[in-house]
Design a protein around this ligand. Sequence first.
Ligand code: 0RQ
Length: 498
Amino acid sequence: LSKFIRNKAFLDKVVTAEEAATWIEDGMTLGMSGFTLFGEPKLFPKALAERGKKEKFKIDLFTGASMGPAADQSMAEADIINLRVPYQGNPVQRKKINAGEIFYIDQHLSHVAESIRQGTYPSLDYAIIEAAAITEDGDIIPTGSVGNSPIFLDTAKHVIIELNISAPPEYEGMHDIYMQSAAGENTREAIPIFEVSKRIGTPGMKVDSAKVRGIIISSEPDIPSPLFEPNAETQQIADNLLSFLGEEVKAGRLTESLAPLQSGVGSVANAVLNGMKTSGFKDIVVASEVLQDGVFDLIDAGVVKFAAGTALSLSKKRVESLGKDLAKYKDKIVFRPQEISNHPEVIRRLGIISFNTALEVDIYGNVNSTHVGGTHMMNGIGGSGDFARNARITIFVTQSTAKDGKISAIVPFVAHVDHTNHDVDVIITEQGYADLRGLAPTQAAERIIENCMHPDYKQQARDYLAAAKERGGQTPHVLEKAFSWHTNLAEKGTMLIK
Ligand code: 0RQ
């Protein structure tokens, strides 16, 4: 054990997950490490959920982002979550959120640490953090994500470490922990990232050893995400995105190494990364939030030269070869806190190209990433807004229809707005892309309808726009019909209006 706990002050703190779970009281606020199923404690949440089946209590749960079966699922099933912040993606939890049984605050991922620092949330009672090691200096070495762990460790009253002795030792040295001071005139310095690969912080996270109440020893494996194989539609979206980037190179606005790249998660993102292998782009730098399988593949192919993010999100195959892979990619990957990977200052300075997935977009380019039908939470805004507002080129991708064509993903007015048209440069579907830069609203609407909409819905949209224009205005609408596609769907099961 002394190989993993290298500071003597921590050695006598080993406890079982079950014992640590008894320390949690009704109404407490917990901050857990974990982001897209990587780097999260696994034994502690399972033990807490088990306790929740026998005793009545509720906690508020803060994390980096989405958590796996132990934390989000088991704890939601045990009904012990009162409030969840800031991102989730678990079907069981989603159902409870939409049933009003769990309060959910969907927050820009870069904003969470700042809210905690300002004291606008209740202070954390416990931070529960997965670690690969505790160093001689008492620093905590994270595993496959950094997320919000540094601010949780800094501000929580008590700390529980879940030390994962099966985590690849190669993790040590791959993190770059940098904390901001308080905001204010002359109190906070610039975040000195001028080159994505240059480190600005430390390999480990600081913690006051006196606050560490227990260390749970775990050898739980990392949790894989499904690998989204491209289908014909997602492949076509990826091809359209790559041809847009190719046009930017031809126009002289980008070079063949593009600009630092942020990609969302899921099938389109994987298809795009896959397509990059043979696209002729080279020496690409990834400055993202989540690093998926595709990034590793592109490093292998010599297309990506460096990648930074806050977390991994890997398929089963890559989870199985993680130790070997990390040894290979150690000097090509860095993990930073989500406050830094997603920071407006850094995104704007680096001139990032950002692409994320929309649930629906409207004819003027407003994007809904989160609310099905305008009311029901899917996952959350995640980091998409951090990047959309501040990127050099902001791209949203979506299939032009959903649910076998019954839903048009392009509608007159989005039923919920996550990204306003001001933040959206390019919309891409399998039908084509609409570059909205330099276009006024009515021009943008024509381009979106003609380039991106599914043929079944085009005339319906043209008719709406024509009627709207008759009413006049900078952004014309027929307000009483703006949601008619949605109401038609609710009443008749399709957005196609007969
Ligand atoms: O339904 O699950 O029943 O099959 O929505 O849609 O097309 O499979 O796309 O899995 O990439 O998810 C926006 C949710 C897209 C995701 C969203 C239905 C569709 C399907 C999923 P089924 P797809 P994806 C970095 C950036 C926000 C966070 C973000 C997301 C299901 O990308 O959560 O960007 N993004 N983070 O049938 C009703 C519509 C629909 C629709 C699709 N218009 N109306 N249902 N669906 N369009 C990552 C982080 O920040 C952590």
